[in-house]
Design a binder for this molecule. Structure first.
Ligand code: PLP
Length: 337
């Protein structure tokens, strides 16, 4: 696979040499007993970065979202989320199975939920509809092409309702680097926030969920129930600490490269309405009926891309993609037929 330029996702990133060294040297203990100092250091570091009281280290982003669903809701409750958000569309129905909730979904093509419609749905509890017990905001919004949740929108939503907010911040640090708004400033508007270490930040495994001490105590129990309580997890947390310490600022390079690809897409497929300005971080996503055919064409030229829905094509820039790779992608996009 090495000969391919792989822009299917930023999850394909490899751990850095510094991460590998840190993993080899990690001081570890049994985290099931709360005795792994490296896990504790990682949880404290993330909690500090997002301005929350406490955090828990979990194996995956899906599990972080699932724990949040179980913290905020009871079976039968309604959760508001974007129509193609990860928690709705890409977790294999996990929230229905694990939390027994149902979603009320809203289009968030520009990267944020339509506030008035969301508030109406919450209000509908007075009209015999099931109660909304959580709202999921995705920042950055993957399906929308890595769009950043506008801080003012988030603040307006937060101040308009007392329904708890969970932020799927799988790529929250991309939002921070691109917008100049700190992760903590975004997270101040939500009750729980999660971030993946294993995407643009290049750690091999793991995500973090943060919130109040009380919420994270419940989160630890839900993590155990879901089978996500790990033992000598400090080996993984060691890489996560390097990710948080060394890999955030460089995300700007991915954004520059994605934008170069986005420019090529606008130039070649302007008639679809795609505009390069939609590419605010590291993801280029656009609609075209031939999306799957494009994936095949690129593969035959040594480039791995993907689709996230029928007719929705996606390329993701990350640390494994250099300027030379971007130029090859740009040429290949110009020649797509
Ligand atoms: C927005 C978003 N949330 C959550 C996840 C889940 O992360 P993981 O694959 O680590 O479970 C992803 C993964 O692609 C994602 O893009």
């Amino acid at each position: 696979m090495d000969q391919f330029i792989d822009v299917r996702s930023d999850t394909v990133t490899q751990p850095t040499d510094q991460m590998r060294t840190a993993m080899a040297q990690a001081v570890v203990g049994d985290d099931g007993f709360g005795a792994d100092p490296t896990v504790q250091a990682l949880e404290a570091r993330y909690a500090e970065l997002v301005g929350k009281e406490a955090a828990i280290f979990v194996p995956s982003g899906v599990m972080a979202n699932q724990i949040a669903m179980r913290i905020h809701t009871s079976p039968g409750d309604t959760v508001v989320a974007g129509h193609a958000s990860h928690v709705v569309a890409f977790e294999m129905g996990a929230s229905a199975k694990n939390a027994g909730i149902q979603f009320a979904t809203f289009r968030d093509d520009d990267g944020f939920l339509p506030r008035d419609e969301v508030l109406d749905r919450i209000d509908a509890e007075l009209d015999h509809q099931s109660g909304v017990r959580a709202i999921v905001v995705e920042n950055t919004n993957m399906f929308a092409g890595g769009r950043i949740y506008p801080l003012e929108e988030l603040r307006a939503l937060r101040s308009a309702t007392s329904v708890p907010l969970h932020m799927d911040g799988a790529r929250l640090f991309n939002a921070q680097v691109a917008s100049g708004v700190s992760a903590a400033t975004f997270a101040a508007e939500v009750d729980t926030v999660m971030t993946c270490l294993s995407k643009g930040l290049c750690a091999p495994v793991g995500s973090l969920l943060a919130g109040s001490v009380e919420a994270m105590e419940r989160g630890r129990i839900e993590r155990k129930r879901l089978g996500g309580s790990m033992r000598q997890a400090g080996f993984l947390a060691a890489a996560g600490l390097v990710a948080l310490d060394t890999m955030i600022e460089r995300l700007a390079d991915d954004h520059t490269r994605a934008r170069r690809i986005a420019d090529a897409v606008e130039h070649r497929f302007g008639e679809t309405g795609y505009r390069a300005t939609e590419c605010e971080t590291n993801i280029v996503a656009f609609n075209h009926p031939s999306a799957r055919h494009f994936v095949e064409q690129l593969e035959s030229r040594g480039i791995l891309a993907g689709t996230v829905a029928p007719g929705r094509f996606r390329l993701v820039a990350h640390a494994g993609i250099a300027d030379g790779d971007v130029e090859k992608i740009v040429v290949a996009i110009k020649e797509l037929v």
